[in-house]
Design a protein around this ligand. Structure first.
Ligand code: AGP
Length: 613
């Protein structure tokens, strides 16, 4: 989870930036850097690994000045090393920049810049931005104007902070989409910028959170806010609480809401450093997957609990379809009691946010006893599930505080998609083109999720219509059956409403008797191979007076007519559909529970990690 800190004022920027990055480091990262304006020229220090390495480097090679920016980074493109760490400079050395997000069109921008003679010094997507800013700075006198022109070239979601030696009186920051926050802090004759509030809370409580599409020009005297067309915007600074917990929630009421919105950044981070978009390849080095093992695997047993289990169900479909390996899915608490046919050619793959769930650990132990290779898809580095396993894939979402899992559901969906491609690549079950096509789609995932999040107000209106219900049925089919299960679990666990997820095709074998005008039915019906079947499901429910809330692909006029409420999602390839179809269901459950005045982050009877059987 990348962190950004910036400072401009009368004090030395270096300690302020390094201390600010330290307050963000629990988010996880693999390299760090700082840039400071030292006597009119920009000096940069960067290193791979933990912040301590950068602090040591700065002690050995001190730099101090009154304007600077710093960054901690999950490598999205390019190895996590000093060469790829941020901040990045352009060719002239007059502009320096840090960035959160993915430049989805960086390959074409890099080709365009190289054709203009630009030399690249890193393997990152970020570097194209600083070269674009330099291109326009030579044409446009202001650093804001140059930055604005550069940003208008970028596809994807970004948090960007930069400054220029030619304009030493200001820092420029911008936010596009949801790839991470940008907050501006107001001090006495000094100003602060950060990706998250805790980095600057010791200096100020007076802040402005940038919204998507906004740019800040920050000088010692204050803030000039504008949109990406240059139109000046009004703003009203707010006073935030000193309480670190409240500060951690930033602009959100609950951790769950913050974590729902963090999914653009957490998905960017779970893709981090694992996708070679240029060659259409996946890299999961921590899995220690050799070509020999990949070819030897005869069956994969996915085991997990709750939300993690529903991600596992999606993973079963993805691995079987892409890698053509048989996959069994078991709820972890059932696995070891069914005498599973596991042997040395099996893999037991655990999915677990905490990596400490007792049932999941017990299932891993059962797999080990029977000679299987153990893998873990976990969010907590150093957890037991990770340490027990022969290889692991970290979800890299940053800490998930809300008991109801959100970003630790969508991250595994992408991790398992990448795993399936890697397995297929090593087993030769995909053509070069098929593999490249599947890999190319990954770059769009954060943007698709961002489009879902932009519809939160619409979802909140549906929540108002449903807040007093006592029961709810969730129906899905194919890869989205798991989405129905997960949507129902979200509603159950935070609003205490009885909700049931069901395979839509099963309705006619009994449950359809439940449907009447009192029973709302959530139908997950995006444009995918099961779409036609879901349309008839909606018609059957309507014919019995049921109230239908449909998750549908943007522009679907038929469902727009049939359903009572529609939760729109962007069109995606069906294999990545569950990453978007779950987002409105997370928000629906969140807003219904909020409207019911319940403790969304710590629901009754629940623990974040169930470490007992
Ligand atoms: C999901 O919202 C719940 N918090 C719960 O089902 C959770 O997914 C389950 O307990 C598994 O936890 P884990 O991912 O830490 O193993």
């Amino acid at each position: 989870m990348c962190g950004i800190v910036g400072y401009i004022g009368p004090r030395d920027a270096t300690p302020i930036i390094l201390n600010g990055l330290k307050r963000l480091e629990y988010r996880g990262y693999d390299s760090a850097g700082i840039a400071v304006l030292v006597n009119s020229h920009i000096e940069v220090r960067r290193d791979a690994g933990k912040l301590g390495n950068l602090v040591t480097l700065v002690e050995d090679q001190p730099l101090s000045g009154k304007l600077g920016i710093g960054h901690t980074r999950w490598a999205t493109h390019g190895e996590p090393n000093a060469r790829n760490a941020h901040p990045h400079m352009g060719a002239t050395g007059d502009v320096v920049l840090v960035h959160n997000g993915i430049v989805e069109n960086y390959l074409e921008l890099r080709d365009e810049l190289q054709a203009e003679g630009v030399q690249f010094n890193s393997d990152t997507d970020t570097e194209v931005i600083v070269h674009l800013v330099e291109r326009y700075l030579s044409q446009d006198g202001s650093i804001e104007g140059a930055a604005r022109k550069a940003l208008n070239h970028l596809h994807g979601h970004h948090g960007i902070v930069l400054f220029s030696a030619k304009h030493p009186d200001r820092i420029v920051a911008a936010r596009i989409g949801n790839a991470g926050g940008v907050v501006v802090g107001f001090g006495e004759n000094e100003m602060f910028i950060a990706s998250d509030l805790p980095a600057i809370l010791e200096h100020t409580r007076k802040v402005v959170f940038l919204e998507s599409g906004q740019m800040a020009a920050v000088s010692r005297e204050g803030l000039q806010l504008s949109d990406l067309k240059g139109k000046e915007l009004e703003f009203k600074a707010e006073n935030v609480s000193w309480d670190p917990i409240a500060a951690e929630k930033g602009e959100y009421r609950h951790f769950m809401q913050k974590e729902i919105h963090e999914q653009v950044r957490s998905l960017t981070d779970t893709i981090a450093g694992r996708v070679d978009f240029e060659n259409g390849r996946i890299m999961l080095p921590d899995l220690k997957l050799t070509p020999e093992l990949a070819k030897r695997i005869q069956k994969i047993f996915i085991i997990a609990c709750g939300t993690a289990g529903y991600a596992g169900l999606v993973g079963k479909t993805l691995i079987e379809r892409i890698a053509r390996i048989p996959v069994e899915f078991d709820i972890a608490s059932e696995f070891r009691y069914r005498d599973p046919l596991v042997d040395e050619n099996s893999v037991v793959l655990a999915i677990s946010q905490s990596g400490e769930t007792a049932d999941t650990l017990a299932a891993l132990a059962e797999g080990k006893k029977r000679g299987a290779t153990l893998w873990a898809n976990i969010n907590t580095i150093g957890s037991q599930a990770m340490r027990m396993s022969d290889g692991f894939v970290s979800m890299q979402t940053g800490p998930e505080i809300g008991v109801a899992s959100t970003k630790a559901y969508t991250a595994p969906l992408v991790d398992l998609y990448m795993l399936a491609i890697l397995l297929a690549d090593l087993r030769g079950t995909l053509s070069e083109k098929e593999r490249r096509d599947l890999v190319a789609e990954i770059a769009h995932v954060p943007g698709w999720v961002s489009k879902c999040l932009e519809r939160e107000k619409e979802v909140e209106q549906v929540a108002h219509a449903l807040k007093d219900i006592s029961h709810c049925l969730y129906l899905g089919r194919g890869i989205n059956t798991a989405t129905a299960y997960e949507g129902a679990l979200k509603l159950k666990e935070i609003s205490y409403i009885h909700a049931e997820g069901y395979p839509a095709g099963e309705m006619k074998h009994g449950p359809i008797a439940l449907i009447d005008k009192e029973l709302p039915v959530v139908v997950v019906a995006p444009r995918d191979p099961w779409y036609e079947k879901m349309i008839s499901q909606i018609e059957q429910a309507k014919a019995r007076g049921g109230r239908v809330i449909a998750v549908a692909t943007e522009g679907d006029q038929l469902i727009g007519k049939l359903a009572d409420h529609v939760l729109w999602v962007p069109e995606t390839p069906w294999m990545l559909g569950p990453v978007v179809t779950v987002i409105p269901l997370q928000m629906l459950a969140y807003h219904i529970a909020s409207l019911r005045g319940l403790d969304v982050d710590q629901p009754r009877n629940l623990a974040k990690s169930v470490t007992v059987e």
